[in-house]
Design a protein around this ligand. Sequence first.
Ligand code: UFG
Length: 312
Amino acid sequence: MKLLVTGGAGYVGSVVAAQLVEAGHQVTVLDDLSTGHADAVPEGARFVEGSITDPGPIEGFDAVLHFAAKSLVGESVQEPARYWRANLGGTLALLDAMRGSGVGRIVFSSTAAVYGEPEETPIPESAPPRPANPYGATKLAVDTALTAFAELYGLAAVSLRYFNVAGAYGRFRERHAPETHLIPNVLKVALGEREEVSVFGADYPTKDGTCVRDYVHVTDLATAHLLALDAAEPGTHKIYNLGNGTGFSVKEVIDVCRAVTGHPIPAVVAPRRDGDPAVLVASSEKIQRELGWKPEHAALETIVSDAWTALR
Ligand code: UFG
């Protein structure tokens, strides 16, 4: 297929673009490089530096895989308008361009952040969405627009709600500045780039007092996009959670990083970070049942060691 990958110079977008090229698709990456890196665009993909707010004519594409977004929870609380403009405004412009050019299929990167503080664990797609921050609210607004566009215009849409994406696919890895995510920050200590890692809160109602998250390997996450692309149906908006279904605490993650790197990785308890739910674990039963997705790299050791290998 001829595919447009927005945000394909970013972490998840570059891994999916690489897998699409390997699967024989004709891939064009559209990225404004505001947070992405030109050298993350995989070989074999065409690169267009530009914004989703002004994508120009996009006739001829069979589908769009839409990753381009602002994605930091903390930043979204500081600058909500920027998040609404980029994530909702940008996506509406992209949807207009798609409609104007007769492109009728989209796979969208949604997030666990749409659920906010969950009432049940693991979280099913039927859980009431109650985002606790502007980032989650903007992603939920796009999901709502996709449902409407499917009904109104016959769009074929699939939203994938990511939990905690981690790991690397060969050389394609996480490169955020500033880095806020747990696993890369812990590995920076092992690399000697940081003195210690902060544990944001050790008084949560969890097994060891630290927050529990569901870490999914970026390679498995990418595979789900290829399945979603095939499963998209005109007039329908399908929504799937993507996680491993197993929760690991911050302390457990640090222990696995110590074992993988052989570094003592000093950790200090710091105050809680605003907006962090105690436990976020996905039920991915729906995508497993409907699309036959299966996490192949579910072990946290594999996730961490792939991230570690790509960093060095
Ligand atoms: N944490 C630390 N120290 C750090 C970094 C993180 O203790 O240096 C803790 C956090 O407080 C949290 C856990 O590690 O409890 C995981 O934090 P991340 O920042 O790695 O990931 P989040 O769970 O905050 O965020 C992820 C995605 C978001 C998405 C969210 C869904 O990165 O895009 O899940 O709630 F919105």
